[in-house]
Design a protein around this ligand. Structure first.
Ligand code: GLY
Length: 427
């Protein structure tokens, strides 16, 4: 992909994913200037941050016009669902990501399930319930385990895998709000993996697999979070699993969206359960995953700006997307108490600015104070390690993490455990 001129880029978002996007975009020779709205203090040390909230779409459009922004990259799902890409297009500007209508694949689980049913895309059996009476009847019929899901966006907190009927009823009561619905799904047995793909209409270029760690504590225990760590590649799932997922799920999804008049352009993130019957969809997301992005982007060898422009100009099929053979492991450091209540404003010790060849730090919930940084969120930062093997990548990440500290800091020490377990079994 040959661009004609250097680009001014606007990145929308403020988390670790957006920090990784900014870091990756900075490596492109096509970049003139990068702005992040609102960004975070870590990003502020690399690029210019502007105080515009992610959902202030009119404000972002105005900023892009005033600052001659060529390309806007949208990190989080909320502005996508609010129609940021449509609003930019109406203003004659380019924003990378799906339209509001295509973003409903993530915005409504019931619509996504109906879409999968229409296109025979493998996923768990389900029932949409609008009342507690419907939910209780279905739970009693199906029994446990059963999965209870919020219909709309829930920031990673809208899913309960209920191991008893009582737990399922309690989750349904908690999730069911007037005017909305919940989804009750068959429990799927298997291992989860994230498959992200660059999609432009029917053209789909998969990234390499990544695996997230949603529960807060080691051994996948405790409540779910936005994600406590990720690694890539995922050696337990080889090219045959990728091929099957592409043929039975990702390509039919892209084709179905085209056929229904809502072509998908952007990063399609399919959460997969690899079951005995093959891969099945757990959920769709319509953007880079967080923390998957912090593990995937350091492995992406191809110029990200070129990939995004190729998508926008209908030339994605001409891109040859290359991945670093090395493994990457991203470990999230969270505030004490997260994902429940936690303190903010705690001083962070250690070098959380230097981006090295084998370890990077991506900020999320940090704030600048005096000459240093304090905590300002649940997921405070992620450390990514790169290495010739997953074990080396993990060592690099944990070594770097051991130099970082704040009161109450906790992180999982078993990121990559499934891959490491498999490696030790086959050794
Ligand atoms: N890693 C989960 C997500 O990005 O939604």
């Amino acid at each position: 992909m040959q661009l004609m001129e250097k680009q001014n880029i606007l990145i929308v978002g403020s988390g670790g994913r957006e920090h990784a996007l900014a870091w990756k975009c900075l490596q492109s020779p096509w970049v003139q200037r990068i702005y992040c709205a609102p960004g975070n203090p870590g990003m502020g040390r690399m690029v210019e941050t502007v105080d515009i909230a992610v959902n202030d779409i009119a404000g972002l459009v105005q900023f892009a016009k005033d600052h001659d922004i060529h390309l806007t990259v949208v990190g989080p799902e909320a502005p996508l669902l609010k129609g940021i890409v449509d609003a930019f297009a109406e203003a004659g500007l380019q924003a990378y990501g799906p339209s509001a209508q295509a973003a409903r694949l993530e915005g409504s689980k019931s619509e996504a399930k109906a879409f999968m049913q229409r296109w025979s895309i493998p996923t768990a059996g389900y029932r949409v319930c609008y009342t507690m009476a419907e939910a209780e009847t279905f739970i009693a019929e199906q029994g446990a385990p059963i999965v209870v899901k919020v219909d709309g966006l829930a920031g990673g907190k809208g899913v309960v895998v209920a191991m008893t009927e009582a737990e399922a009823v309690a989750a349904a009561k908690n999730f069911l709000v007037p005017g909305s619905c919940i989804i009750l799904e068959d429990y799927m047995q298997g291992e989860e993996v994230s498959l992200l793909a660059f999609v432009d209409g029917e053209t789909v270029i998969p990234m390499e697999f990544a695996q997230d760690h949603k529960p807060v504590f080691e051994g996948d225990t405790g409540p779910n979070t936005g994600g406590m760590g990720a690694y890539s590649p995922v050696p337990q799932f080889g090219s045959h699993v990728l091929k099957e997922a592409m043929e039975r799920i990702v390509k039919p999804t892209a084709a179905g969206m085209v056929a229904e008049g809502h072509p998908f352009r952007g990063v399609l993130y399919t959460g997969l359960m690899i079951t005995d019957q093959g891969p099945k969809v757990v959920e769709y997301n319509v953007r880079f995953g967080d923390p998957e992005a912090q593990a995937l982007l350091p492995r992406l060898k191809t110029d990200l700006i070129e990939i995004l422009w190729a998508s926008i100009t209908g030339q994605l099929d001409q891109m040859d997307v290359q991945w670093d053979k090395r493994a990457a492991a991203a470990v999230v450091a969270a505030s004490g108490g997260y994902p429940e209540a936690y303190d903010k404003g705690l001083p962070i010790a250690g070098d959380i600015l230097t981006q090295r060849d084998s370890s990077m730090v991506f900020h999320a919930g940090t704030a600048a104070k005096n000459d240093g940084f304090v905590t300002n969120g649940g997921r405070v930062l992620a450390v990514t390690g790169l290495g010739d093997s997953l074990s080396e990548a993990l060592s690099a990440a944990y070594r770097r993490m051991s130099d970082i500290d704040f009161a109450g800091m906790h992180y999982r020490r078993d990121i990559g455990r499934r891959a490491m377990k498999q490696a030790s079994r086959s050794a």
